[in-house]
Design a protein around this ligand. Structure first.
Ligand SMILES: Nc1ncnc2c1ncn2[C@@H]1O[C@H](COP(=O)(O)OP(=O)(O)O)[C@@H](O)[C@H]1O
Ligand SMILES: N[C@@H](CCOP(=O)(O)O)C(=O)O
Length: 326
């Protein structure tokens, strides 16, 4: 359960009194997520999500996230909408943390995505990239791209082998390769950067909403595709499912075709994406804050994915259609 910061009913009532949402009926901590503290609020006006921003969120980035969610909704993307208080301000402070109330999205996430779910996700990801193309109000550099990985490694290197033998050396080796070869000059724009199955809602089998924009940033669009291949197209036994990869990529490309350079870079981007989540998971696994209600994600899952990407010899291994590869 991701609740790092407790909120008392009195504090919450006082905070809510600055909004036009009526009285508080009930609230409870939410049992998913690992980054921020989230509460489900029931007020006289309906259901809402209260987020208190924690460790990895830089408060200076909050206007980017809020502006982006508002921009995307105007472009027809189903995503949470920041609720503004009576003074027209979305961002507040509660229990010593930056805090936001956002609209509640209906739908449920899928635990074991099917190829059809992967196709829906691919189309939605391309739609998101297109809708974000004219979001110029704020910019946000990706703090968790290649330049951010070594500092994470430094936090974990000494204890990494307690998680898996040889892990520290493998990461060091991988970092050296990726720092040298990370692609430059590919098409860039606003990316979600964490569009895992738990951040995508389906209703009656149809994709109905995207949440959790708190890693969104300006970066390579194909890197977002690589993150999704990692998150959606592996089976629980660690095997890459090419059918799911093909479905995701084909649906993405039907909306936004990848260019030749993006396709050629996919294996490297997928390695980078696997390393990024391996590193954040590893750091979190080794540093669970005492008393926090959180279930850290397993870093070894991403070690297995990284090993797969290191064995890949062609973008075709991901399911890119033959005629689209150079
Ligand atoms: N706007 C929303 N509508 C409905 N449920 C939400 C919404 N935002 C978050 N949730 C629920 O809260 C959980 C954790 O939210 P998430 O944004 O993923 O947290 P974190 O910032 O910790 O990654 C989600 O898995 C979902 O169940
Ligand atoms: N998706 C990341 C961690 C952040 O995820 P969330 O569950 O809080 O949305 C991972 O799986 O490592």
């Amino acid at each position: 359960m991701a609740v790092y910061t407790d909120v008392s009913p009195e504090e919450l009532e006082a905070f809510l009194s600055t909004y036009e949402l009526g009285r508080l009926r009930a609230f409870k901590g939410i049992a998913e997520g690992v980054e921020n503290s989230n509460y489900l609020l029931q007020t006289e006006a309906g259901s809402f999500i209260l987020t208190l921003y924690e460790k990895r969120v830089n408060p200076a980035d909050l206007p980017f996230f809020i502006g982006l969610m508002e921009h995307l909704a105007k472009r027809g993307i189903d995503c949470p909408q920041p609720v503004r208080n009576r003074e027209g301000v979305a961002l507040g402070e509660l229990a010593g943390r930056p805090a936001l109330i956002a609209t509640f999205l209906v739908g449920t996430s899928v635990r074991r995505p099917t190829a059809a779910n992967c196709a829906a996700l691919g189309a939605a990801l391309a739609g998101l990239h297109k809708a974000g193309a004219d979001f110029n109000e704020f910019r946000r550099v990706n703090a968790l791209s290649v330049a951010g990985w070594r500092p994470l490694y430094d936090q974990a290197r000494e204890r990494a082998d307690t998680v898996a033998p040889g892990l520290s050396a493998l990461i060091a080796d991988e970092l050296a390769v990726l720092e040298e070869r990370w692609p430059k000059g590919l098409p860039a724009g606003v990316i979600h950067a964490d569009l895992f199955p738990d951040n995508v809602f389906f209703t009656d089998g149809k994709l109905s909403g995207l949440i959790d924009f708190y890693f969104a940033c300006n970066d390579l669009l194909a890197y977002d595709v690589a993150i999704c291949l990692n998150a959606w197209c592996f089976e629980p036994d660690g095997a890459y499912n090419q059918t799911k990869g093909r479905a995701l990529l084909a649906a993405y490309q039907a909306e936004r075709p990848l260019d030749e350079a993006e396709i050629a870079a996919l294996p490297l981007l997928a390695r980078g994406a696997a390393l990024r989540f391996l590193l954040t998971r590893l750091v979190d696994w080794l540093n669970v804050p005492p008393g926090a209600l959180v279930r850290p994600h397993d870093p070894v899952e991403y070690l297995r994915k990284l090993r797969f990407h290191r064995s890949v010899t062609s973008p075709r291994d991901y399911g890119v259609a033959e005629r689209q590869t150079a």
